[in-house]
Ligand binder design. Structure first.
Ligand code: 13P
Length: 249
């Protein structure tokens, strides 16, 4: 059985104080839910977030990590550093990392392997640009992103993978994929995984949708059979909005 997941990617937002204020509000308002709830604060606030949430079921996850064990990589963070502060899940492949920090499929494949080697869970992000969709190449682009970073993995590690389909044209734009567009792509992703691996791997992987999910559109998107939750940016920075999205699942 795959998990339902609602995760907030806080990107480069919130000081430690603001992080703790938001976490306190979330912990206080968290509804009873069967879904896993996760937040990804920026690196310097991870320790504080873990401490703030010690009595909560909300999980703290990281936004990124480096593929090397350790060494001369100024400004980078290793898997061991995350594990050492009780973070066992990491987002890899966000479109902002790809677009602004030059992270290629080859780099992402190394990061995925490095995280899995440490027994971490990977939330792998991918999704097409607007031009890809306009030229009807979106299925091909998504399949290539998955193939290049994930399809060399052994089936046995797929229980550590969470997928987050985030069409770039829907991120931070207020323009959301329609529930039908999300379902169509998620079904395609699941079928592709079934073809490469088998239906058991495909049916057990959680596939989240990300891109301008708000309280007003979350229920309809989450109601689709192959949408197992959401990766939320802007709306996860406002306690009431994030709580409403969690309730929607
Ligand atoms: P928005 O919800 O702000 O569109 O961001 C989505 C996202 O990039 C989550 O990783």
């Amino acid at each position: 059985m795959r998990s339902k997941i609602v995760a907030g990617n806080w990107k480069m937002n919130k000081t430690l104080e603001a992080t703790e204020t938001l976490l306190a509000a979330l912990a206080a308002k968290l509804p009873d839910t069967h879904a896993e709830v996760m937040v990804a604060p920026t690196f310097v606030n991870l320790t504080g977030a873990v401490q703030s949430l010690h009595a909560s079921t909300i999980q703290v996850i990281a936004q990124n990590m480096h593929f090397a064990e350790s060494g001369a990589y100024t400004g980078e963070i290793s898997a061991d550093m995350l594990l050492n502060i009780d973070i066992d899940t990491v987002i890899i492949g966000h479109s902002e990392r790809r677009a602004y920090f030059g992270e290629t499929d080859a780099i992402l494949a190394k990061k995925v392997v490095a995280a899995l080697d440490k027994n971490m869970r990977v939330m792998f992000c991918f999704g097409e640009e607007l031009d890809d969709r306009k030229s009807e190449n979106h299925f091909k682009v998504v399949e290539t992103q998955l193939r290049n970073a994930l399809f060399d993995l052994d089936a046995s590690v797929w229980n550590k993978i969470i997928l987050a389909y985030e069409p770039v044209w829907a991120i931070g734009t207020g323009e959301t994929a329609s529930p039908e567009q999300a379902q169509e792509m998620h079904a395609f992703i699941r079928k592709t995984i079934a073809d490469v691996y088998d239906t058991s791997v495909a049916n057990n992987v959680s596939i989240l949708y990300g891109g301008s999910v708000k309280p007003g559109n979350a229920s309809e998107i989450f109601s689709k059979p192959d949408v197992d939750g959401g990766l939320i940016g802007g709306a996860s920075l406002v306690a009431d909005d994030f709580v409403a999205i969690i309730k929607a699942i």
